[in-house]
Design a protein around this ligand. Structure first.
Ligand code: IMP
Length: 196
């Protein structure tokens, strides 16, 4: 089964590839020479995931899925949430976002946070959504140089290391996207077996 992952994010691609069984071949947007970004302008993570998958499905007609992820910090009333990518402004990069977060969280004792991922799959013209949540805490300072995004300031519950200090296999045992991908794979295998 060939399936398109509607992303330009190489880190996400590697994470997801590591979780898929051999019978599912994954293509990225680069593989099909699609370089345009989908604008993520919706009010919820779910709506953004659905928008990304739907736009790419309309263009390609292929079975495809997209993910959208947000970091929700309890002390900040769930922010940055759906605005995680542009937390520090329109042209903000990961460092700007992390610096803004650590500044807002300075001297805060409640550091509880969670990553939420929604994967939207379009198959036979129908949408199926899969959710993954990972609870944890915001670290006092950046640690580690693996991973991407907010990984260097997120410590999953029960762990001492940030995601950025873990190997990808360890992150994938605990993380939001991996939880959602496992649900996606379970669904795809069922479809695959039903059609073969
Ligand atoms: P998006 O899902 O690509 O729109 O990501 C939204 C924001 O969350 C971006 O700033 C990403 O870098 C960040 N992000 C997404 N997934 C992860 C993750 O697994 N770890 C850390 N940050 C992430």
């Amino acid at each position: 089964m060939e399936i398109l992952f509607a992303t330009h994010n190489k880190n996400k691609l590697v994470e997801v590839k590591n979780l898929l069984p051999k019978k599912i071949t994954i293509l990225s947007l680069e593989d099909i020479n699609h370089f345009k970004e989908v604008v993520e302008d919706k009010k919820t993570i779910l709506e953004n995931a659905v928008k990304k998958a739907s736009e790419i499905y309309k263009i390609t007609g292929r079975i495809c899925f997209a993910d959208d992820t947000g970091l929700e910090v309890e002390e900040l009333g769930g922010k940055p949430g759906v605005h995680s990518k542009r937390f520090a402004g329109r042209n903000a990069d990961n460092m700007d976002n992390i610096n803004k977060l650590l500044k807002l969280m300075k001297n805060k004792s409640n550091r509880k946070a969670r990553f939420v991922t929604i994967i939207s799959l379009i198959i036979d013209g129908k949408i199926k959504n899969f959710e993954g949540i990972c609870n944890g805490d915001i670290a006092q300072e950046k640690k580690g140089d693996k991973g991407f995004g907010y990984d260097s300031v997120f410590i999953p519950t029960g762990q001492k290391l940030t995601f950025a200090e873990m190997d990808i296999d360890k992150k994938n045992l605990l993380a939001h996207r991996a939880i959602a991908v496992k649900k996606l794979v379970f669904f795809l295998i069922k479809q695959f077996n039903a059609n073969s």
